[in-house]
Design a protein around this ligand. Structure first.
Ligand code: SF4
Length: 484
Protein backbone atom coordinates (compact mmCIF):
# COMPACT_ATOMS: atom_id res chain seq x y z
CA UNK A 1 0.00 0.00 0.00
CA UNK A 2 1.35 3.44 -0.88
CA UNK A 3 0.41 6.18 1.56
CA UNK A 4 -0.15 9.92 1.02
CA UNK A 5 2.73 12.11 2.12
CA UNK A 6 2.11 15.77 2.94
CA UNK A 7 4.89 18.33 3.28
CA UNK A 8 3.63 20.64 6.01
CA UNK A 9 4.51 22.80 9.02
CA UNK A 10 4.15 21.92 12.70
CA UNK A 11 1.23 23.84 14.25
CA UNK A 12 2.79 23.79 17.75
CA UNK A 13 4.30 27.27 17.60
CA UNK A 14 5.42 30.02 15.24
CA UNK A 15 8.93 28.60 14.62
CA UNK A 16 7.51 27.05 11.46
CA UNK A 17 9.26 23.68 11.69
CA UNK A 18 8.77 21.72 8.47
CA UNK A 19 7.93 18.01 8.47
CA UNK A 20 6.20 15.30 6.49
CA UNK A 21 2.92 13.71 7.57
CA UNK A 22 2.41 10.28 6.09
CA UNK A 23 -1.11 8.83 5.92
CA UNK A 24 -1.58 5.17 5.17
CA UNK A 25 -4.61 3.63 3.49
CA UNK A 26 -6.27 3.04 6.86
CA UNK A 27 -5.94 6.76 7.69
CA UNK A 28 -3.23 6.27 10.32
CA UNK A 29 -0.76 9.16 10.45
CA UNK A 30 2.99 9.18 11.08
CA UNK A 31 5.58 11.97 11.23
CA UNK A 32 8.72 12.02 9.05
CA UNK A 33 11.64 14.44 9.34
CA UNK A 34 12.18 17.06 6.65
CA UNK A 35 15.89 17.84 6.49
CA UNK A 36 15.43 20.57 3.87
CA UNK A 37 13.17 22.68 6.11
CA UNK A 38 14.84 26.09 6.64
CA UNK A 39 13.54 26.74 10.18
CA UNK A 40 14.51 23.43 11.78
CA UNK A 41 16.69 21.44 9.34
CA UNK A 42 14.70 18.30 10.08
CA UNK A 43 14.72 18.54 13.86
CA UNK A 44 11.45 18.42 15.83
CA UNK A 45 10.60 18.89 19.50
CA UNK A 46 8.46 16.45 21.50
CA UNK A 47 5.28 18.18 20.36
CA UNK A 48 6.27 17.88 16.70
CA UNK A 49 7.22 14.23 17.16
CA UNK A 50 3.79 13.48 18.66
CA UNK A 51 1.92 15.42 15.98
CA UNK A 52 -0.12 12.46 14.77
CA UNK A 53 -2.19 12.84 18.01
CA UNK A 54 -3.01 16.41 17.02
CA UNK A 55 -4.84 15.46 13.83
CA UNK A 56 -8.14 14.24 15.25
CA UNK A 57 -10.52 14.88 12.39
CA UNK A 58 -13.53 17.13 12.97
CA UNK A 59 -17.08 16.12 11.99
CA UNK A 60 -19.71 18.51 10.63
CA UNK A 61 -22.57 18.82 13.13
CA UNK A 62 -25.75 20.78 13.71
CA UNK A 63 -27.22 20.72 17.22
CA UNK A 64 -25.13 17.67 18.13
CA UNK A 65 -26.16 15.61 15.09
CA UNK A 66 -23.73 14.61 12.34
CA UNK A 67 -24.66 16.32 9.05
CA UNK A 68 -23.10 16.96 5.64
CA UNK A 69 -20.81 19.97 5.33
CA UNK A 70 -23.38 21.58 2.99
CA UNK A 71 -26.10 21.31 5.67
CA UNK A 72 -23.74 22.73 8.32
CA UNK A 73 -22.94 25.72 6.08
CA UNK A 74 -26.63 26.33 5.39
CA UNK A 75 -27.45 26.15 9.13
CA UNK A 76 -24.58 28.58 9.85
CA UNK A 77 -25.74 31.15 7.30
CA UNK A 78 -29.31 30.95 8.71
CA UNK A 79 -27.94 31.65 12.20
CA UNK A 80 -25.56 34.44 11.20
CA UNK A 81 -27.77 36.53 8.89
CA UNK A 82 -28.71 39.81 10.56
CA UNK A 83 -26.90 38.90 13.78
CA UNK A 84 -24.13 40.75 15.66
CA UNK A 85 -21.21 38.37 15.27
CA UNK A 86 -17.83 38.15 17.01
CA UNK A 87 -15.16 36.24 15.08
CA UNK A 88 -12.00 34.59 16.43
CA UNK A 89 -9.08 33.24 14.38
CA UNK A 90 -5.78 33.01 16.26
CA UNK A 91 -3.68 31.72 13.36
CA UNK A 92 -3.97 27.95 13.63
CA UNK A 93 -4.63 27.61 9.92
CA UNK A 94 -3.37 28.83 6.55
CA UNK A 95 -3.12 32.45 5.41
CA UNK A 96 -5.62 31.70 2.66
CA UNK A 97 -8.28 30.35 5.04
CA UNK A 98 -7.62 33.26 7.40
CA UNK A 99 -8.13 35.69 4.53
CA UNK A 100 -11.38 33.96 3.51
CA UNK A 101 -12.54 34.26 7.13
CA UNK A 102 -11.70 38.01 7.09
CA UNK A 103 -13.78 38.45 3.94
CA UNK A 104 -16.76 36.82 5.70
CA UNK A 105 -16.15 39.25 8.58
CA UNK A 106 -16.29 42.15 6.08
CA UNK A 107 -19.62 40.85 4.76
CA UNK A 108 -20.98 40.64 8.31
CA UNK A 109 -19.70 44.15 9.09
CA UNK A 110 -17.23 42.99 11.70
CA UNK A 111 -13.52 42.08 11.99
CA UNK A 112 -11.60 38.93 12.81
CA UNK A 113 -10.08 39.02 16.28
CA UNK A 114 -6.73 37.29 16.62
CA UNK A 115 -7.20 36.89 20.39
CA UNK A 116 -3.95 38.83 20.94
CA UNK A 117 -5.38 41.74 22.90
CA UNK A 118 -1.91 43.18 23.30
CA UNK A 119 -2.01 44.63 19.77
CA UNK A 120 -4.90 46.94 20.58
CA UNK A 121 -2.87 48.31 23.52
CA UNK A 122 0.13 49.15 21.35
CA UNK A 123 0.54 52.15 19.02
CA UNK A 124 0.27 51.01 15.39
CA UNK A 125 3.90 51.92 14.69
CA UNK A 126 4.97 49.17 17.15
CA UNK A 127 3.07 46.41 15.34
CA UNK A 128 5.71 45.60 12.70
CA UNK A 129 8.34 45.06 15.41
CA UNK A 130 6.04 42.76 17.38
CA UNK A 131 4.68 41.06 14.26
CA UNK A 132 7.64 39.98 12.13
CA UNK A 133 10.84 39.12 13.93
CA UNK A 134 14.47 38.95 12.90
CA UNK A 135 15.59 35.90 10.95
CA UNK A 136 16.43 32.81 12.95
CA UNK A 137 19.91 32.98 11.38
CA UNK A 138 20.33 36.44 12.96
CA UNK A 139 20.15 34.79 16.38
CA UNK A 140 23.21 32.75 15.49
CA UNK A 141 25.28 35.84 14.69
CA UNK A 142 24.36 37.87 17.81
CA UNK A 143 27.10 38.84 20.25
CA UNK A 144 24.73 38.65 23.22
CA UNK A 145 21.28 37.15 23.68
CA UNK A 146 18.84 38.20 26.41
CA UNK A 147 16.22 35.51 26.96
CA UNK A 148 12.83 36.39 28.41
CA UNK A 149 11.37 32.97 27.57
CA UNK A 150 12.33 29.44 28.58
CA UNK A 151 13.23 28.03 25.16
CA UNK A 152 13.47 24.42 26.42
CA UNK A 153 9.84 24.40 27.54
CA UNK A 154 8.16 27.05 25.41
CA UNK A 155 9.83 27.17 21.98
CA UNK A 156 12.13 24.14 21.92
CA UNK A 157 13.69 24.52 18.46
CA UNK A 158 15.07 27.91 19.55
CA UNK A 159 17.57 26.02 21.68
CA UNK A 160 19.67 24.88 18.73
CA UNK A 161 19.84 28.46 17.40
CA UNK A 162 21.01 29.74 20.78
CA UNK A 163 23.58 26.97 21.10
CA UNK A 164 24.86 27.81 17.60
CA UNK A 165 25.16 31.48 18.65
CA UNK A 166 27.16 30.43 21.71
CA UNK A 167 29.46 28.40 19.49
CA UNK A 168 29.97 31.57 17.45
CA UNK A 169 30.98 33.47 20.58
CA UNK A 170 27.70 34.88 21.91
CA UNK A 171 27.03 35.20 25.61
CA UNK A 172 23.53 34.41 26.88
CA UNK A 173 21.74 36.06 29.79
CA UNK A 174 18.44 34.60 30.95
CA UNK A 175 15.95 36.90 32.64
CA UNK A 176 13.23 34.27 32.88
CA UNK A 177 11.55 32.53 35.77
CA UNK A 178 14.13 29.87 36.46
CA UNK A 179 17.81 29.14 35.85
CA UNK A 180 18.57 27.88 32.35
CA UNK A 181 21.56 25.61 31.81
CA UNK A 182 22.40 27.14 28.46
CA UNK A 183 22.64 30.66 29.92
CA UNK A 184 26.01 32.09 30.93
CA UNK A 185 24.17 34.26 33.48
CA UNK A 186 20.75 33.89 35.10
CA UNK A 187 19.58 37.26 36.42
CA UNK A 188 16.52 38.08 38.51
CA UNK A 189 16.81 41.83 38.51
CA UNK A 190 14.49 44.78 38.81
CA UNK A 191 13.06 45.49 35.34
CA UNK A 192 14.18 49.12 35.77
CA UNK A 193 17.76 47.82 35.66
CA UNK A 194 17.49 45.83 32.42
CA UNK A 195 18.92 48.60 30.29
CA UNK A 196 21.93 49.26 32.52
CA UNK A 197 22.61 45.68 33.68
CA UNK A 198 22.03 43.36 30.74
CA UNK A 199 24.88 44.64 28.57
CA UNK A 200 22.88 44.84 25.34
CA UNK A 201 23.86 46.77 22.23
CA UNK A 202 23.06 46.88 18.52
CA UNK A 203 24.72 43.47 17.98
CA UNK A 204 22.50 41.85 20.60
CA UNK A 205 19.20 40.03 20.33
CA UNK A 206 16.31 40.10 22.81
CA UNK A 207 13.99 37.07 22.68
CA UNK A 208 10.57 37.54 24.30
CA UNK A 209 7.10 36.37 23.36
CA UNK A 210 3.50 37.50 22.86
CA UNK A 211 0.46 35.27 23.27
CA UNK A 212 -3.23 35.73 24.08
CA UNK A 213 -2.56 36.09 27.80
CA UNK A 214 0.47 38.42 27.61
CA UNK A 215 0.57 41.46 29.86
CA UNK A 216 0.67 44.47 27.45
CA UNK A 217 2.81 46.39 29.94
CA UNK A 218 5.45 43.71 29.66
CA UNK A 219 5.52 43.89 25.84
CA UNK A 220 5.92 47.68 26.06
CA UNK A 221 8.82 47.20 28.43
CA UNK A 222 10.49 44.82 25.99
CA UNK A 223 9.93 47.29 23.14
CA UNK A 224 11.48 50.08 25.24
CA UNK A 225 14.48 47.90 26.02
CA UNK A 226 15.05 47.24 22.31
CA UNK A 227 14.65 50.93 21.52
CA UNK A 228 17.05 52.15 24.17
CA UNK A 229 19.76 49.54 23.65
CA UNK A 230 19.29 49.30 19.84
CA UNK A 231 19.22 45.51 20.25
CA UNK A 232 17.18 43.52 17.75
CA UNK A 233 14.07 41.92 19.19
CA UNK A 234 12.20 38.73 18.36
CA UNK A 235 8.73 38.09 19.76
CA UNK A 236 7.98 34.38 19.60
CA UNK A 237 4.31 33.40 19.23
CA UNK A 238 2.40 30.22 19.98
CA UNK A 239 0.43 29.61 16.76
CA UNK A 240 1.82 28.43 13.42
CA UNK A 241 0.42 31.38 11.49
CA UNK A 242 0.16 34.01 14.26
CA UNK A 243 2.39 36.34 12.23
CA UNK A 244 0.41 35.92 9.00
CA UNK A 245 -2.96 36.33 10.65
CA UNK A 246 -1.87 39.49 12.43
CA UNK A 247 -0.76 41.02 9.12
CA UNK A 248 -4.01 39.97 7.45
CA UNK A 249 -6.13 41.39 10.29
CA UNK A 250 -4.09 44.60 10.50
CA UNK A 251 -3.62 44.14 14.25
CA UNK A 252 -5.59 47.17 15.39
CA UNK A 253 -8.93 47.27 17.19
CA UNK A 254 -8.49 43.64 18.15
CA UNK A 255 -10.28 41.99 21.02
CA UNK A 256 -8.13 39.71 23.12
CA UNK A 257 -9.40 36.25 24.02
CA UNK A 258 -10.09 37.36 27.63
CA UNK A 259 -12.03 40.38 26.40
CA UNK A 260 -14.16 38.10 24.23
CA UNK A 261 -14.85 35.80 27.17
CA UNK A 262 -15.71 38.83 29.37
CA UNK A 263 -18.10 40.04 26.63
CA UNK A 264 -19.84 36.64 26.61
CA UNK A 265 -20.12 36.65 30.41
CA UNK A 266 -21.55 40.18 30.41
CA UNK A 267 -24.01 39.36 27.61
CA UNK A 268 -22.62 41.83 25.04
CA UNK A 269 -21.42 38.93 22.82
CA UNK A 270 -24.15 36.47 21.89
CA UNK A 271 -22.78 34.89 18.71
CA UNK A 272 -19.23 33.61 18.28
CA UNK A 273 -17.69 32.14 15.13
CA UNK A 274 -14.27 30.52 15.44
CA UNK A 275 -11.77 29.38 12.82
CA UNK A 276 -9.43 26.64 14.11
CA UNK A 277 -9.40 28.40 17.48
CA UNK A 278 -10.72 26.74 20.63
CA UNK A 279 -11.34 29.13 23.57
CA UNK A 280 -11.50 26.13 25.93
CA UNK A 281 -7.91 25.31 25.02
CA UNK A 282 -6.75 28.91 24.83
CA UNK A 283 -8.02 30.13 28.21
CA UNK A 284 -5.98 29.35 31.35
CA UNK A 285 -8.94 27.63 33.03
CA UNK A 286 -10.69 25.22 30.62
CA UNK A 287 -13.69 24.51 32.89
CA UNK A 288 -14.43 28.21 33.39
CA UNK A 289 -14.11 28.81 29.62
CA UNK A 290 -16.57 26.00 28.86
CA UNK A 291 -19.08 27.50 31.34
CA UNK A 292 -18.72 30.88 29.63
CA UNK A 293 -19.33 29.44 26.16
CA UNK A 294 -22.63 27.91 27.38
CA UNK A 295 -23.97 31.49 27.71
CA UNK A 296 -23.79 32.09 23.93
CA UNK A 297 -26.93 32.03 21.79
CA UNK A 298 -24.93 30.81 18.78
CA UNK A 299 -21.56 29.11 18.64
CA UNK A 300 -20.36 28.30 15.13
CA UNK A 301 -17.07 26.43 14.80
CA UNK A 302 -15.15 26.10 11.53
CA UNK A 303 -12.37 23.64 12.23
CA UNK A 304 -10.17 20.94 10.78
CA UNK A 305 -9.60 19.37 14.16
CA UNK A 306 -11.80 17.74 16.77
CA UNK A 307 -11.29 19.74 19.97
CA UNK A 308 -13.40 20.42 23.12
CA UNK A 309 -15.25 23.42 21.64
CA UNK A 310 -16.70 21.24 18.83
CA UNK A 311 -18.73 19.32 21.41
CA UNK A 312 -20.36 22.53 22.66
CA UNK A 313 -20.95 24.16 19.27
CA UNK A 314 -24.40 24.63 17.75
CA UNK A 315 -22.78 24.15 14.36
CA UNK A 316 -19.46 22.61 13.34
CA UNK A 317 -18.26 23.07 9.76
CA UNK A 318 -15.57 20.38 9.50
CA UNK A 319 -12.74 21.08 7.08
CA UNK A 320 -9.81 18.91 5.96
CA UNK A 321 -6.80 18.23 8.24
CA UNK A 322 -4.26 21.07 8.36
CA UNK A 323 -1.60 19.07 6.52
CA UNK A 324 -3.95 18.38 3.58
CA UNK A 325 -4.89 22.03 2.96
CA UNK A 326 -3.62 24.01 0.01
CA UNK A 327 -2.08 27.12 1.50
CA UNK A 328 0.74 28.92 3.25
CA UNK A 329 1.86 29.96 6.73
CA UNK A 330 4.15 32.79 7.85
CA UNK A 331 6.59 31.90 10.60
CA UNK A 332 8.03 34.21 13.24
CA UNK A 333 10.84 35.45 10.97
CA UNK A 334 8.40 36.41 8.17
CA UNK A 335 9.18 33.36 6.00
CA UNK A 336 6.28 32.17 3.86
CA UNK A 337 6.05 28.36 4.11
CA UNK A 338 3.85 26.37 1.74
CA UNK A 339 1.85 23.23 2.44
CA UNK A 340 2.04 20.59 -0.26
CA UNK A 341 -1.64 19.67 0.30
CA UNK A 342 -4.06 20.55 -2.48
CA UNK A 343 -7.41 20.34 -0.73
CA UNK A 344 -9.59 23.46 -0.64
CA UNK A 345 -12.53 22.07 1.35
CA UNK A 346 -12.24 24.79 4.01
CA UNK A 347 -11.95 27.62 1.51
CA UNK A 348 -14.81 26.28 -0.60
CA UNK A 349 -16.97 26.01 2.53
CA UNK A 350 -16.20 29.61 3.48
CA UNK A 351 -16.90 30.72 -0.10
CA UNK A 352 -20.36 29.12 0.05
CA UNK A 353 -21.00 30.63 3.48
CA UNK A 354 -19.86 34.03 2.22
CA UNK A 355 -22.23 33.89 -0.76
CA UNK A 356 -25.12 32.67 1.42
CA UNK A 357 -24.53 35.73 3.58
CA UNK A 358 -24.55 38.05 0.56
CA UNK A 359 -20.76 38.31 0.15
CA UNK A 360 -18.34 37.38 -2.61
CA UNK A 361 -17.36 33.99 -3.98
CA UNK A 362 -13.76 33.03 -3.20
CA UNK A 363 -11.30 30.55 -4.63
CA UNK A 364 -7.87 29.34 -3.60
CA UNK A 365 -5.77 30.85 -6.46
CA UNK A 366 -7.14 34.35 -5.89
CA UNK A 367 -6.81 34.14 -2.12
CA UNK A 368 -3.24 32.88 -2.48
CA UNK A 369 -2.36 35.77 -4.81
CA UNK A 370 -3.91 38.24 -2.36
CA UNK A 371 -1.78 36.74 0.41
CA UNK A 372 1.39 37.13 -1.65
CA UNK A 373 0.53 40.75 -2.43
CA UNK A 374 -0.54 41.83 1.03
CA UNK A 375 1.42 40.11 3.74
CA UNK A 376 4.98 39.42 2.68
CA UNK A 377 6.91 41.70 5.00
CA UNK A 378 10.36 41.99 6.43
CA UNK A 379 11.65 42.79 9.88
CA UNK A 380 11.90 46.52 10.50
CA UNK A 381 14.11 48.18 13.07
CA UNK A 382 12.12 49.73 15.94
CA UNK A 383 10.44 52.89 14.68
CA UNK A 384 8.47 54.05 17.69
CA UNK A 385 8.94 56.36 20.63
CA UNK A 386 9.48 55.22 24.19
CA UNK A 387 6.23 53.80 25.58
CA UNK A 388 4.74 54.46 28.99
CA UNK A 389 4.22 51.09 30.66
CA UNK A 390 3.05 49.54 33.86
CA UNK A 391 4.11 45.95 34.35
CA UNK A 392 1.99 43.50 36.30
CA UNK A 393 3.59 42.81 39.69
CA UNK A 394 4.09 39.08 39.96
CA UNK A 395 6.50 39.09 42.86
CA UNK A 396 5.88 36.81 45.85
CA UNK A 397 2.89 37.59 48.07
CA UNK A 398 3.46 37.17 51.79
CA UNK A 399 2.66 33.64 52.97
CA UNK A 400 1.30 32.74 49.52
CA UNK A 401 2.73 31.55 46.23
CA UNK A 402 2.35 32.90 42.74
CA UNK A 403 1.43 30.14 40.30
CA UNK A 404 2.70 31.04 36.82
CA UNK A 405 1.99 29.31 33.52
CA UNK A 406 5.02 28.46 31.38
CA UNK A 407 2.94 28.35 28.20
CA UNK A 408 4.11 25.73 25.71
CA UNK A 409 2.64 23.89 22.69
CA UNK A 410 1.07 21.13 24.80
CA UNK A 411 -0.74 23.73 26.93
CA UNK A 412 -2.10 25.73 23.99
CA UNK A 413 -3.76 22.59 22.63
CA UNK A 414 -4.56 20.97 25.99
CA UNK A 415 -2.70 17.86 24.90
CA UNK A 416 -1.35 15.32 27.38
CA UNK A 417 2.30 15.62 28.30
CA UNK A 418 4.33 14.24 31.17
CA UNK A 419 4.66 17.56 33.05
CA UNK A 420 2.67 16.34 36.02
CA UNK A 421 4.44 18.56 38.55
CA UNK A 422 5.02 22.16 39.53
CA UNK A 423 8.44 23.77 39.93
CA UNK A 424 9.39 25.44 43.23
CA UNK A 425 12.67 26.49 44.84
CA UNK A 426 14.43 24.93 47.83
CA UNK A 427 13.30 27.72 50.16
CA UNK A 428 9.65 26.79 49.53
CA UNK A 429 10.43 23.09 50.05
CA UNK A 430 12.01 23.91 53.44
CA UNK A 431 9.32 26.39 54.45
CA UNK A 432 6.49 23.96 53.73
CA UNK A 433 8.41 21.02 55.19
CA UNK A 434 8.05 19.02 51.97
CA UNK A 435 9.63 15.62 52.39
CA UNK A 436 10.33 12.68 50.12
CA UNK A 437 7.08 11.51 48.50
CA UNK A 438 5.04 14.50 49.69
CA UNK A 439 2.96 16.68 47.42
CA UNK A 440 1.99 20.34 47.43
CA UNK A 441 -1.63 21.32 47.96
CA UNK A 442 -2.44 24.45 45.94
CA UNK A 443 -5.56 26.43 46.84
CA UNK A 444 -7.06 29.35 44.94
CA UNK A 445 -10.54 30.80 44.42
CA UNK A 446 -11.02 28.01 41.84
CA UNK A 447 -10.46 25.17 44.35
CA UNK A 448 -7.73 22.93 45.76
CA UNK A 449 -5.52 20.30 44.15
CA UNK A 450 -2.52 18.21 45.14
CA UNK A 451 0.42 17.91 42.78
CA UNK A 452 3.99 16.61 42.73
CA UNK A 453 6.86 19.12 42.68
CA UNK A 454 10.35 19.48 41.26
CA UNK A 455 13.04 21.71 42.71
CA UNK A 456 14.54 24.37 40.44
CA UNK A 457 16.79 27.38 40.98
CA UNK A 458 14.30 30.23 40.81
CA UNK A 459 13.10 33.23 42.83
CA UNK A 460 11.22 32.86 46.14
CA UNK A 461 7.45 32.57 46.12
CA UNK A 462 7.04 31.50 42.50
CA UNK A 463 5.47 28.19 41.45
CA UNK A 464 5.86 27.34 37.77
CA UNK A 465 3.74 24.92 35.78
CA UNK A 466 4.10 23.73 32.20
CA UNK A 467 0.67 22.07 32.38
CA UNK A 468 -2.78 23.65 32.70
CA UNK A 469 -4.08 23.31 36.27
CA UNK A 470 -7.73 23.61 37.37
CA UNK A 471 -6.78 25.94 40.27
CA UNK A 472 -5.42 28.58 37.86
CA UNK A 473 -7.68 31.54 37.21
CA UNK A 474 -5.29 33.35 34.83
CA UNK A 475 -1.75 32.93 33.53
CA UNK A 476 -0.71 34.00 37.00
CA UNK A 477 -2.74 33.03 40.11
CA UNK A 478 -2.15 33.70 43.81
CA UNK A 479 -2.33 30.38 45.65
CA UNK A 480 -2.01 29.15 49.22
CA UNK A 481 0.40 26.27 49.63
CA UNK A 482 0.82 23.43 52.10
CA UNK A 483 2.52 20.07 52.25
CA UNK A 484 0.39 16.94 51.99
S1 SF4 B 1 6.18 22.95 18.58
FE1 SF4 B 1 7.32 24.63 17.67
S2 SF4 B 1 9.49 24.08 18.08
FE2 SF4 B 1 8.29 22.20 18.35
S3 SF4 B 1 8.39 21.16 16.36
FE3 SF4 B 1 6.50 22.41 16.43
S4 SF4 B 1 7.05 24.37 15.46
FE4 SF4 B 1 8.97 23.32 16.03
Amino acid sequence: MIGNVYQTVCPGCNMGCGLYIREDDEGALAVDFMKSSPANLGKLCRFGMKLAHHYLKATSMVDGKEVSIEDAIKAASDKLKGTDVTMLGVGNTTNEESLAFSKIADTLGTAVNTGMGVYSELPTECHPTVGVGITLDDIESANRIALFVDPYVQYPLLVRRILAAKKNGASVVSVGWKDLHLADENRYIDPDLYESELGLDSESVIIADVHPNTDPGWVKRMLNLALKTQAKILFMKPFVNATGVDLLCKGTGQKGISEIMDGINEGSIKTLVTLNSDPIELMPNSDAAAETLKKLDNLVVISSRDSPVNKMADIVIATEPLCAKAGSFMNVEGLLLNNSGESTTGIDAMSTLSQDLGGEAMDYPNLHNNVLESIVQKYTKPKYKELACEVLDIGPVEEKGNLIYLFNPFMWFDEPDDNDFVMVNMNMVNKLGLGKGSMIALTSDAGTMNIRYRVEDMPDGLILTAKKLPVATGWTTIVSTEAV
